[in-house]
Ligand binder design. Structure first.
Ligand code: ADP
Ligand code: MG
Ligand code: MG
Ligand code: MG
Length: 390
């Protein structure tokens, strides 16, 4: 029923659509191109010699491993609402939303084509000097602003309900926190990893800890998360950073966003040369430092919640977020190595023996982060843990 009135846009109808919004002049000469990767959504770039915009349209199904399954179109509206809510906290770090259309399941937004997707840029050996400070600020401000520490309890519960996102959450619950730890058909790993994967599946101690981390994801409605904050969801240049694609957004544990971002920097530490490694390590340090700086500042200025004035409360909360982030990072390292959805940082390594070594490292490091997260309580301890594998 939700699909009534929906039609997938073509390049031609995408053009007509933005004209109907008066974003372009009736007789303006325009070019249009579909630039998405086509698994879940269409992304059209429409440009004249004067301006350009992006239309992102949800498809009513997801194409995965050749099959397709239905996926709610409501996620387009939800993504736009997350962009707007996070934009209240950090307008300079997300694309501006120009229009939304619930029936067509689309968002018209600012064109960011002058920037590069960070994963692509990092793989090409580029550096983004502002990246981690910007992401640290993005995380602190979006997550604080939508938390109980900033909102009246009625407003908070309203937002929890508004950002209910069960279908997309289910994908994360399965692909990040369940399937990689069991012998499930959709897992995808190289034959050379089979022995390590068997050991992982037999490791009940590890699986108990993953169960706890998954349970936190299911139950802890701390803040409005991005929900998919890997380096493919970030556009950047040397001068600016923009976070896109929050269609997995929902109220969950703050450590989820923080941990996912850190995991994708860890991939880079493991695959880059000695010099670059240093830089990325510093960026892991920086994202946490900047996150805790801004989060603490907001906490100290908060007037909503009397507990924010209790000595030790901030330290307790930051330590909880850190521990959650370490556990999530561990799960992300493993699932991107042996689960359904991989990353180019690893799969793109051409030398198969180097590639296997790196993948063994992500499985071992991931397991160790999950199991030892109670004892890894500072970034330097995390970096030390990482040193074993470089
Ligand atoms: P999906 O949810 O399908 O992954 P994304 O929002 O990540 O969709 O967009 C897919 C791709 O489309 C991005 O990697 C980027 O290349 C392009 N894209 C998305 N949004 C924009 C934008 N605002 N400006 C320019 N390109 C964009
Ligand atoms: Mg994509
Ligand atoms: Mg994406
Ligand atoms: Mg997406």
């Amino acid at each position: 029923l939700e699909n009534i009135g929906y039609r997938a846009l073509t390049e031609e109808s995408a053009c007509e659509y933005v004209k109907s919004l008066n974003l372009f002049l009736p007789d303006e000469k325009m070019t249009v191109e579909e630039i998405g990767d086509g698994n879940l959504n269409y992304v059209f770039r429409i440009a004249s010699n004067r301006k350009s915009v992006i239309i992102k349209q949800a498809l009513p199904y997801a194409k995965v491993v050749g099959e397709s399954w239905p996926l709610t179109l409501k996620r387009a509206k939800l993504e736009a609402e997350v962009l707007k809510k996070h934009g209240e906290a950090v307008p300079h770090l997300v694309p501006a939303v120009l229009a939304t259309d619930e029936e067509l399941a689309l968002t018209v937004m600012e064109d960011l084509s002058h920037l590069t997707i960070v994963r692509e840029g990092l793989i090409q050996g580029n550096h983004y000097p502002k990246l981690s400070a910007d992401i640290g600020e993005y995380l602190a401000k979006t997550l604080f602003l939508t938390s109980d520490f900033a909102l009246h309890p009625f407003e908070k519960k309203k937002l929890v309900a508004k950002f209910s996102n069960p279908e997309l959450c289910k994908i994360t619950e399965d692909l990040v926190f369940t399937d990689p730890f069991f012998d499930v058909e959709t897992n995808d790993f190289e034959a050379g990893l089979a022995e390590s994967v068997q050991q992982l599946w037999a490791n009940d101690k590890l699986k108990l800890e993953v169960a706890k981390i998954k349970y936190a994801f299911l139950t802890e409605a701390e803040s409005l998360l991005h929900g998919d904050l890997h380096t493919g969801s970030i556009f950047a240049s040397k001068y600016e950073t923009k976070v896109i694609d929050p269609e997995f957004g929902f109220y969950g544990p703050i450590g989820f966003d923080v941990g996912q971002y850190i995991a994708h920097l860890i991939f880079q530490v493991l695959v880059r040369n000695e010099n670059d490694r240093m830089v990325i390590r510093q960026q892991i340090e920086e994202v946490w430092d900047v996150f805790s700086y801004h989060f603490s500042e907001a906490w100290q200025n908060s007037v909503v919640h009397p507990f924010t004035k209790v000595p030790g409360a901030l330290e307790y909360f930051l330590a909880k977020v850190f521990k959650d982030a370490i556990g999530v990072a561990g799960c992300e390292l493993i699932r991107r190595t042996i689960g359904l959805s991989h990353v180019k940082d690893l799969d793109g390594i051409e030398d198969s023996s180097i590639r296997l070594d790196v993948k063994q490292a992500t499985i071992q490091l991931g397991s160790s982060l999950i199991i030892n997260r109670e004892n890894i309580v500072t970034i330097s301890q995390l970096l030390k843990e990482l040193e074993v594998y470089t």
